[in-house]
Design a protein around this ligand. Structure first.
Ligand code: ADP
Length: 604
């Protein structure tokens, strides 16, 4: 859950980066190419002041005269409206201006351009402006990152005055309808333009006509009279040498500023708008992807999970196109990044974490099986003794003393069995933290004595001298039986891993509240690497295995658990072929224990 949430957050955050923006733009362009709008019959024509016009009519210096000539010729072909994309803010040559004024006056449905300069509207000269049926801004929307024109600001405000875009103004004039505005859209007659106001401006995606809008040179107006009649004319400069507003459209075609207005006009005229998806929709769908990725890897595993993950990615890739088909511009990067990252995150989490858990539970299982093995193995000796003794008793009629001896063996061995089972269970539960360990004071000397006595016969068999050179002082607090088990283990190990006719030596030092109980042997010893592992369950050194004495490798792990549960620690030193010294370092009090048992304490 946390992994998926983290990946989701990273993906959404990455969605704000410039790279994501570029990818979204590129995806938008690809979708526009995949889903182009039909060219149909365009309602507008660009009348271009192109390279030949400028060449023949004396260049941009004479632009007002060129405009007059164009307007006069256009008046004759009766267009629906003429929108000018040449700014006329300054006074020019008197004769030229007078001629232009006359031409403008003669133009029906004239729309003039304006522009924001230094935060203020720069309008045409009043003598021109007063002749216009509409005033529209010629601001271009281009993405700063790649100079591709995708949207235009359909409404701009400066200096407290709001202006529609040149294309919308032309549309309004041609349709003869007022524009009704609401925060979410604009309505011109029966056309609803989805352009919500954001930060004092509204923008509209331009649905570029794939084949471009028709274009006629100023020099060719008369020859194309039929094509111009009844159309909305966008009259502007297209000559590369003069136009400063050349852009690319999403088809990556070169497009002049005046043509952008014509395309925007076509978008309005066709009423096939693109709206940006709301932030809420984007975030909800991304959340859905993240949840689906999380659930997939939560509920499934293996190929089915990966397959579903891949399907999720495909869905994320296809989603923006599906939205685009329905007129909604959905970001591309965010859902894909969310689907990718959350799927990858959930998959790796499953792979590494869940697998690890599986491995752990498997090793737990095998550990348990080995433990059962150990009990079975350890039980064999007392069971054989009981079996043997009882068989002898039933098969032969024995003298009474012998019978006593045998039943004493049966009794003591069955008690040993019971103790063993108890110890095993206690130790298992101790490890799991479920056990209530006894907390009573007992003399350390008692433990040492009892163990030395029990280990005596083992040492004798190998002619090993088992010795204790000091008196053992101090009182320990805890579980005497467990402590005996631990110390006995150290003694038997020392005997097991020593060759015959060596010595096993026990020392006890009580100092500063600590009792150091050590078992020194002159046995096979261990190297450093082995020393690091001996307290692990079921670890046995190769050397011990070769000696034929090695047991199950569980003893020392139990010893360590018992000692730590008593608040102590184990210390081991060893030298190969020279011997080892195992020391239990335990908290102890000076003197003999008082007779009162301390409270029983829950430990875990
Ligand atoms: P085991 O039943 O095999 O003795 P332990 O847990 O008691 O299991 O000991 C683990 C391993 O540590 C042994 O197999 C042996 O390799 C090594 N080891 C323990 N005690 C000694 C010792 N006194 N000298 C050398 N090696 C020892």
């Amino acid at each position: 859950m946390a992994v998926v949430a983290g990946c989701f957050a990273v993906a959404i955050a990455a969605g704000w980066t410039p790279l994501a923006e570029r990818i979204d733009h590129d995806a938008y362009d690809v979708m526009m190419r995949l889903e182009p709008v039909e060219n149909g019959t365009p309602q507008s024509v660009v009348v271009a002041i192109d390279e030949p016009t400028l060449r023949e009519r004396g260049g941009m210096r004479r632009v007002r005269t060129i405009l007059s000539e164009a307007l006069d010729k256009l008046a004759a072909v009766k267009p629906a409206a003429v929108a000018l994309d040449v700014l006329l803010p300054d006074k020019g040559d008197d004769v030229e201006d007078a001629r232009l004024e006359a031409s403008l006056r003669a133009t029906r449905n004239l729309i003039l351009p304006c522009e924001i300069v230094g935060g203020k509207w720069e309008d045409p000269l009043p003598r021109f402006r007063d002749l216009a049926a509409g005033l529209g801004h010629a601001q271009q929307g281009r993405d700063r990152s790649d100079l591709v024109s995708r949207e235009i600001p359909i409404e701009e405000t400066a200096d407290g005055k709001r202006r529609w875009a040149l294309s919308l103004e032309a549309f309004r004039v041609v349709r003869g309808e007022a524009i009704v505005e609401s925060p979410d859209d604009l309505q011109a007659g029966n056309v609803l333009i989805p352009a919500a106001r954001r930060a004092g401006s509204r923008s509209m995606f331009i649905r570029y006509l794939p084949a471009g809008t028709p274009q006629v040179s100023v020099l060719e107006i008369e020859r194309n009279a039929a094509a111009l009649r009844g159309k909305t004319i966008f009259l502007g400069v297209t000559a590369l040498s003069a136009a400063h507003d050349r852009l690319l459209n999403p088809y990556r075609q070169d497009v002049s500023g005046v043509a952008v207005h014509a395309h925007a006009f076509e978008t309005l005229a066709r009423g096939r708008f693109l709206t940006p998806a709301s932030d809420l929709t984007v975030v909800s769908l991304c959340l859905l992807f993240a949840a689906a990725a999380g659930l997939t890897f939560r509920l499934l595993s293996g190929w089915s999970a990966y397959l579903l993950g891949v399907l999720l990615l495909v869905a994320a890739l296809g989603l923006p196109l599906e939205f685009f088909r329905n007129g909604v511009v959905f970001p591309f990067f965010a859902p894909v990044a969310v689907a990718w990252l959350t799927t990858a995150g959930a998959a790796s989490f499953q792979h590494f974490f869940v697998r690890r858990q599986l491995r752990r539970s498997e090793s737990e299982k095998s550990r348990y099986q080995q433990a059962i093995h150990w009990v079975a193995h350890e039980m064999r000796t007392p069971l054989t003794a009981i079996q043997g003794s009882s068989e002898i008793m039933t098969r032969y009629s024995l003298p009474e003393q012998k019978q006593h001896e045998l039943s004493a063996i049966i009794n003591s061995e069955s008690k040993r069995l019971a103790r063993m089972i108890q110890t095993f269970l206690d130790v298992e539960r101790l490890g799991e933290g479920e056990m209530e360990m006894k907390r009573e004071p007992f003399a350390a000397a008692q433990v040492v004595d009892a163990c030395l006595k029990r280990a005596g016969p083992l040492a004798d068999r190998k002619k090993i001298l088992l010795s204790l050179d000091t008196t053992v002082d101090g009182t320990l607090i805890g579980d005497r039986e467990l402590m005996e088990y631990a110390f006995y283990n150290l003694l038997t190990n020392a005997v097991k891993y020593s060759s015959s006719e060596t010595e096993v030596h026990v020392t006890a030092v009580l100092r500063g509240g600590e009792l150091r109980l050590s078992v020194h042997d002159q046995g096979i010893g261990m190297d450093e690497k082995e020393l690091k592992n001996i307290f692990k369950k079921f670890y046995r050194t190769k050397r011990a295995e070769a000696s034929g004495e090695a047991g199950t490798g569980i003893g020392l792990s139990i010893v360590e658990q018992i000692v730590t549960h008593h608040g102590g620690r184990m210390e081991v030193t060893s030298e190969l072929r020279k011997g080892s010294c195992f020391t239990m370092v335990l908290r102890a009090k000076v003197g003999a224990p008082s007779s009162n048992a301390e409270t029983v304490d829950r430990r875990g």
